[in-house]
Design a protein around this ligand. Structure first.
Ligand code: KG4
Ligand code: ZN
Length: 394
């Protein structure tokens, strides 16, 4: 099966095409035919993602990315596709509509079997662009459509392309893990989510814990902003904290480890963020050394809480595989701490972390989850697909 996937839930616009065979538990194999992604840079001035700006960027980027992905797949052929009713489907996408119509009128239908698209969770204005674009392509090419949950995308990609390595080296080949053992626990950590999800079997989920306020990635971004680091702050904090550890620089004060001893799997990061604010205000000047120390202490506080809760869940549920996904799973320190703790506790759990460049949002994760859903024939009529900012895993 050849599937084209579209991701527009936040500030990455992405299109991927894969060819996949087998089932999720037997002989699964895939090949990336085309993979195109643009990270929106407009938001860096604001220190956060602006939904209306994200929406417009998605509208401008989708056709160039589709062209690139199809080109890589050798499927960009001149000719023409049907454009009937496409203008109606894209009637609110004023920047995308003319570009899509022009593209379809000038290109043949590619050799693709289905279209997968993120329909949530995420920023609704951003999600709608991808959803309506998928509906337009599915209608023009008369293809089945698979709506995909973004968090399931992170989970499935980390499970399939993840490695049990402390420091993942980038590679352009993503080997496939077959024979993944269940129960599986997913630690999903991103800009919008912090969740522990127990999975007894492929594509069955039980949410056992989540953040009560900010997501951990959001806290990283906000603290980075307080330390005058550019957006997105997570990767910058990662580097600064690493330097602090290498140079033995400490924070002037310890930060709290919110909810670390609570009797559940929930998290809270907003108090930690406030504690950083107070700590900064108490300093006579925000020197480079203090910034480094705070980045380190903040990262260690987050890691302590994430690792403690995750390890409890591994033990309580006799988990065979721990899958870590979402943008924050790119964090080297957090990956390392998880790997060390599994060893320290003497657990046999297999740790699967994604290649770093696939930890943050991309369309490969959407097309992989889409393939699994397509195998179960979970198609939706294009006109029935809705963007849902609060979509839950089921
Ligand atoms: O999964 P993702 O790309 O988007 C959402 O679905 O939210 O996650 C983005 C988040 C941002 O908050 C970003 O700062 C954080 O992941 N992030 C990191 C690192 N790389 C990205 N946080 C900590 N350390 C990193 N290396
Ligand atoms: Zn994400």
């Amino acid at each position: 099966m050849r599937i084209l996937g579209i991701e527009t839930s936040c500030d990455e616009t992405a299109v991927s095409i894969i060819e996949a065979t087998g089932k999720w538990n037997v002989d699964f194999e895939y090949r990336i035919l085309g993979n195109a992604l643009l990270s929106q840079t407009v938001h860096s001035h604001y220190g956060g993602v602006f939904p209306s700006l994200a929406r417009r960027e998605h509208e401008l980027n989708l056709i160039p990315l589709l062209r690139k992905a199809l080109g890589e797949a050798g499927m960009l052929e001149t000719g023409s596709s049907s454009t009937e009713t496409i203008g109606d489907i894209l009637n609110r996408e004023n920047d995308l509509r003319p570009r899509a119509l022009e593209f379809l009128a000038a290109h043949k239908q590619p050799d693709i079997d289905a279209i997968a698209v993120t329909h949530g969770p995420g920023l609704e204005p951003a999600l709608w662009v991808g959803v309506n674009f998928a509906r337009a392509l599915a209608t023009a090419w008369n293809l089945p459509t698979v709506p995909v949950n973004h968090m399931e995308g992170h989970l499935i990609l980390s499970a399939l392309a993840g490695h049990n390595e402390k420091y993942q080296v980038s590679s352009d080949k993503y080997q496939t893990n077959n024979n993944i053992q269940f129960p599986l626990l997913a630690l999903l950590i991103s800009g919008g989510h912090t969740e522990l999800v127990l999975s007894p079997e492929w594509m069955q989920y039980e949410l056992i814990g989540q953040t009560r306020d900010d997501a951990v990635g959001e806290a990283f971004d906000k603290v980075a902003r307080m330390l005058d680091l550019p957006y997105p702050g997570g990767p910058e904090m990662d580097k600064l904290a690493k330097r602090a550890r290498a140079e033995g620089v400490q924070s002037p004060e310890q930060l709290p480890r919110p909810m670390i001893d609570s009797d559940d799997y929930d998290f809270s990061f907003s108090g930690l963020k406030t504690a950083v604010k107070r700590l900064i205000e108490a300093q006579p000047a925000l020197t480079d050394e203090i910034r480094m120390g705070i980045a380190r202490e903040f990262e260690e506080a987050c890691a302590d809480v994430l690792v403690t809760k995750t390890l409890h869940a591994l033990e309580e549920h006799n988990v065979e595989s721990l899958v870590v996904g979402g943008g924050v799973s790119a964090n080297l320190y957090i990956r390392g701490r998880l790997a060390e703790s599994i060893k320290e506790y003497g657990l046999s759990t297999r740790l699967l972390v994604p290649p770093r460049e696939l930890a943050t949002d991309n369309a490969l994760m959407i097309v992989l989850a889409g393939y699994f859903r397509a195998l179960r024939k979970e198609f939706a009529e294009p006109e029935t697909i809705r963007a849902n900012g609060n979509l839950k895993l089921r």
